[in-house]
Design a protein around this ligand. Structure first.
Ligand code: FAD
Length: 307
C-alpha cells in the first residue's frame, strides 16, 4: 500500500488527530465537503439541494463495526427518523438509504442484523423508497448476500453491492443480474489479501468492466458506483452496446467527489445518484476518502493550518 495511504489510515484510528480535525475551525469546511452534517436535518437539507439539481441520492447514517446493541438500535432509530422525513418532505421518489449491516449488529449476531434491516425496509416501504445494503470486507460477503436474499424475498427492491476487486464477483454479478435486482458495482474499498481480491489497480479496473458487462447483459438494474472517468466512459459505451436506455441503469458517486461530473452526466440525461454520508461518526469515513485521493489530503492539510 502507498505510504501516504498507510499514514492516513493510521490517523483514522488516532484520537489526537481526530480531536484536531473536529475542532479546527477551517477543517470543518472540508469535512462539510464530504459529509452532509451530523443530524437528520443536515441530511435532508443536502438531499433537497441535490434533488433540486436533478440528482438522486442514497443516504448513509455513518457508523460501522458495532459490537453494542444500544449503538445498533441508535442507528436503526436514525434511519427510521430519516425515512419518515423523506416521506413527509416528498423526497422519497429521489432519495433512498444505504445501510451497513455491521452498523446494525452483524458482528454481534446475524439474526439481529436481519431483524434491524427488516425494520428499516418496513419503514422504507412505508415511505415509498428503497434500501441498498452496502458491502463491507470479504469476511462478511456471504452473510450480507444471504441477508440480501432473505430481504428480497419480501422486498424485491432491496439493493446489494458487489466489489469488482473480489475474485468471486463475476460469478455473483452473473447470478444477481436478474429481473428487478438492483446491484451497485464498486471497485471495493477495503484492504483485502491477494488470495481473495485483485490488488493491482489495472486488474481491478479490468474486473470492473467484466462485471459491468455481466450486469448490463442481464435483466437487473445496475448501479455503477465510480468516479473513474475511464470507467464512466466505458460504461456509457457498453450500455449503448447492450441497448440499455438511460434510466435502465444509473451512475453513483460520493457526496463532494466530482460534483461537476455528477451534474454533467445528469444534464446529459443519465440517472445519477449521490451517496450522502451524515451522522456523528464521520471521522473514519473522511479519513478513507483522504486515503483514496492525495489531492484531497493536500486540500485538507492546508485547511488545518491556514485561516
Ligand atoms: P479510484 O480508483 O479511486 O479512482 C480512479 C480515478 O477516478 C482517479 O484517477 C480520478 O481520475 C477519479 N477520482 C477518484 N476520486 C476522485 C476525487 N476525489 N476527485 C476527483 N477525481 C477522483 N466500497 C465498498 O467496498 N462497499 C460499498 O458498499 C461501497 N459503496 C460505494 C458507493 C458509492 C456511491 C461509491 C461512489 C463508492 C462506494 N464504495 C464502496 C467505494 C468504492 O469501492 C471505491 O473505493 C471508491 O469509489 C473509489 O474508487 P473509484 O471507482 O471512484 O476510482
Amino acid at each position: 500500500m502507498n505510504p501516504l495511504r498507510t499514514l492516513i489510515l493510521a490517523a483514522a484510528g488516532n484520537d489526537t488527530i481526530r480531536h484536531l480535525v473536529a475542532t479546527a475551525p477551517v477543517s470543518r469546511d472540508v469535512v462539510r465537503r464530504f459529509v452532509a452534517g451530523e443530524t437528520t436535518e443536515d441530511a435532508v437539507a443536502a438531499t433537497k439541494d441535490l434533488v433540486a439539481a436533478g440528482l438522486s441520492v442514497t443516504l448513509d447514517y455513518l457508523g460501522e463495526d458495532t459490537t453494542d446493541r444500544a449503538q445498533a438500535e441508535k442507528t436503526v432509530q436514525a434511519y427510521l427518523e430519516l425515512l419518515d422525513r423523506l416521506r413527509a418532505d416528498g423526497l422519497a421518489d429521489r432519495a433512498e438509504v444505504s445501510v451497513k449491516l455491521s452498523a446494525v449488529g452483524q458482528a454481534l449476531d446475524e439474526r439481529l442484523a436481519l431483524e434491524n434491516a427488516t425494520r428499516i425496509c418496513e419503514a422504507a416501504e412505508k415511505a415509498g423508497t428503497t434500501v441498498t445494503l452496502d458491502m463491507e470486507d470479504h469476511t462478511t460477503t456471504d452473510s450480507t448476500l444471504g441477508i440480501l436474499r432473505e430481504l428480497r424475498g419480501t422486498w424485491p427492491w432491496v439493493g446489494g453491492v458487489l466489489q469488482a476487486y473480489l475474485h468471486r464477483t463475476l460469478d455473483d454479478a452473473t447470478a444477481l443480474a436478474t429481473e428487478g435486482s438492483r446491484i451497485r458495482l464498486c471497485k471495493g474499498a477495503y484492504k483485502e489479501p491477494d488470495t481473495v481480491a485483485h490488488v493491482a489497480p489495472h486488474e481491478v479496473d479490468l474486473a470492473y468492466v467484466r462485471c459491468a458487462n455481466a450486469l448490463l447483459a442481464g435483466d437487473g438494474y445496475p448501479m455503477f458506483a465510480t468516479h473513474d472517468p475511464r470507467l464512466v466512459e466505458i460504461i456509457g459505451e457498453r450500455a449503448r452496446w447492450y441497448g440499455r436506455k438511460p434510466g435502465s441503469y444509473e451512475y453513483q458517486m460520493l457526496y463532494g467527489v466530482r460534483p461537476d461530473e455528477q451534474r454533467r452526466l445528469a444534464a446529459a440525461g443519465e440517472t445519477v445518484r449521490v451517496y450522502i454520508p451524515y451522522g456523528e461518526e464521520w471521522y473514519g469515513y473522511l479519513m478513507r476518502r483522504m486515503a483514496e485521493k492525495p489531492a484531497n489530503t493536500a486540500l485538507f492539510l492546508r485547511s488545518l493550518v491556514s485561516k
